[in-house]
Design a protein around this ligand. Structure first.
Ligand code: MG
Length: 387
């Protein structure tokens, strides 16, 4: 019996995790669950899974959570400290699935108790990769990548042959605008951007997929997770999303992990690791697919990928600036305040305005994250005034 905490239980990865856990009640027991602001859904999950602890990030939601869980034995917590306290509750595995850099502090809490962390919160590694990987090493924690590309690489990476790795090859679906012109993208709506051709995901990551910023963030994530220099992390557009990523070795061998695009496959890999568990995911039928295609990414139409590489090469807190500006820009796009092409433009302008700090500790990351958010917000307001 493996005990599991789920940080971000009401999100897309959280829902898939619960789906798998509820299909295998003899293998898993949920001890702690957290959510951003969805009180009713969090309370429902806590009751259903008989969790010991439920934490809501919004401190004002504590009374409502207490009412929703009245008469149960679930301990209710609230605020960022409450979420961190939930992450500190002993468990065999922590599913870190909070969207955005908000997941950083609770994920670090889990790492610092030496936990096994199934890691789906890519923005944390982008914003504070050096710091997080140092803490993982210091506390003997284990990171199991859940992001489908990184999970694929984790599955085919031969740890004893690290020096024989020529490149990590991340595949990208290309998103909903893969074949769109710049003129078409200029008038793309949030609904267009969220309509992902292959994967069904949350709004933030769907927009990131449309800009290819998601792949840029994943390049940074891979560089940290697998301790690989930037030129050795390559990207290949593969619209069918069957090959989830590859590792190329110096002898000419390329190992790939394949499967249908269902997040329950990488999540199950992390939940059961080092064993395997069954999932109800649709089985891959290569004869039905018939054709798998690959093409290089177009960094002219999708500058976000280039910006992410620049941030990775610059190092320090530059990736945190990239990430914070992107979070603000995506929210502004979803709110109809800026156009689709403005997302990457705003990230570039913010990166040019905010100076990176060389020493990367949590306080420096927080300060630069805050400065980048304010700079991006100011740029959005200037744009609004100019229209
Ligand atoms: Mg991914």
């Amino acid at each position: 019996m493996r005990s599991v905490s789920i940080l971000g239980a009401t999100g897309s990865v959280g829902a898939s995790t619960l789906d798998l856990i509820e299909r295998a009640p003899d293998r898993f027991r949920v001890v702690a669950v957290t959510a951003h602001h969805s009180v009713e859904r969090l309370a429902d999950i806590a009751k259903r899974t008989r969790a010991d602890v439920a934490a809501i990030a919004d401190p004002a939601a504590l009374p409502a959570l207490r009412v929703a869980l009245a008469g149960t034995h679930v301990r209710c917590l609230a605020g960022p400290e409450g979420v961190e306290e939930a992450a500190a509750v002993p468990s065999d595995l922590v599913m870190a699935a909070i969207v955005g850099v908000a997941g950083l502090a609770p994920t670090l809490t889990a790492i610092r108790r030496g936990a096994t962390v199934a890691f789906a919160s890519k923005e944390c590694l982008v914003a504070a990769g050096d710091l997080m990987m140092a803490e993982v090493a210091r506390h003997g924690a284990t990171l199991l990548p859940v992001d489908s590309e990184h999970n694929a690489i984790f599955q085919v990476l031969e740890a004893h042959n690290r020096s024989a790795i020529e490149a990590l090859i991340l595949t990208a679906s290309g998103g909903p605008f893969r074949t769109w012109t710049v003129e078409q993208m200029a008038v793309a709506t949030p609904a267009d951007a969220i309509r992902h051709p292959v994967w069904s995901m949350g709004a933030k990551i769907s927009v990131d997929s449309a800009t290819l910023m998601n792949k840029g963030l994943e390049v940074i994530e891979a560089a940290h997770l697998f301790q690989m220099p930037e030129p050795q992390v390559r990207v290949l557009v593969h619209p069918q999303s069957v090959v989830h990523s590859m590792v190329a070795y110096t002898d000419g061998s390329v190992l790939a992990q394949l499967g249908t695009p269902d997040m329950r496959i990488p999540i199950a890999h992390a939940l059961a690791y080092p064993d395997r568990m069954p999932t109800p995911a649709e089985r891959l039928s290569l004869e039905r697919m018939a054709t798998l295609t690959f093409e290089p990414p177009d960094e002219q139409r999708f500058p976000a990928l280039r910006l992410a590489r620049q941030a990775l090469i610059a190092g320090g807190t530059m990736p945190a600036i990239l990430n914070a500006a992107n979070e603000v820009a995506v929210a502004a796009f979803l709110a109809g305040r800026i156009g689709f092409l403005d997302i990457a433009a705003l990230v570039a302008e913010t990166m040019a305005q905010v100076s990176p700090h060389p020493p990367v500790d949590l306080a420096a990351v927080a300060a630069v994250d805050d400065a980048a958010r304010r700079a991006a917000e100011h740029l959005i307001q200037c744009r609004g005034a100019a229209v």
